[in-house]
Design a protein around this ligand. Sequence first.
Ligand code: SF4
Length: 268
Amino acid sequence: MSLQLDARQRAMLAEMGLRFVLPDAGTSEPQRGVMPAPPSAPAAKPVLPPKGVSVSFPIPSAPAPAGVDAMAWDALETAVASCQACPLCASRTQTVFGVGDRQADWLIVGEAPGETEDQRGEPFVGAAGQLLDNMLRALGLDRRAKVYIVNVLKCRPPGNRNPGPEEVAQCLPFLQRQVQLLQPKVILAMGRFAVQALLGTGDAIGKLRGRVHRYQDIPVVVTYHPAYLLRNLPDKARAWADLCFAQAVLREAAAAAENARSDKVLDA
Ligand code: SF4
């Protein structure tokens, strides 16, 4: 595999605790503390599953807030800011709608705001956010360009407790609408609550990694939450491999779209 990282990218990854070496021949799993190279082109084509995979995990359904499925970005943000659909509205400092490029190819979905996010009104800030930013920069991405970042829950659960299923159900229509408006080429689901909300499965992340799933017919790649990675350093290399895989999936989707456009032109 040819190396595609420049000195700056290598320095960023070194800051994350990842050193760059060529993967051993025949080794498919990332080694501990060793980062696989990002693909300039996918080594093997990611296999996209059939469209319309059904959701089976029992997240309770909740009625969507009136009109949310027809809202444009600004109306949606206003609706979230004034939402009182679940008890989390009582303890929040402010809602955390999302941040980034509303034309982005990448959508990154986390779980719920923590204390710093609740205070600043922005997802993935603090130490976990810095780790995510470093990983994105190593791929040539930035949280304010080419990427949009959201959480499943828009309000902080008190004491950073886990989101409740009813809270996820109440808040999910907002995320669904964000996905409809953004139409990303790939979704990166970070952490088990993002995975459960998007894919409707309670399976462990380790079991779901390395495959392409779908949400609203958009490819989804599963990985660990950066806050988890801060406590489990060996899994940083796996998360990096997941980001590289997501990049390969995006390139594959973009190439397929370009081929379809070319075919249309030839047919016209
Ligand atoms: S968490 Fe979501 S559903 Fe609950 S109050 Fe906040 S915005 Fe509304």
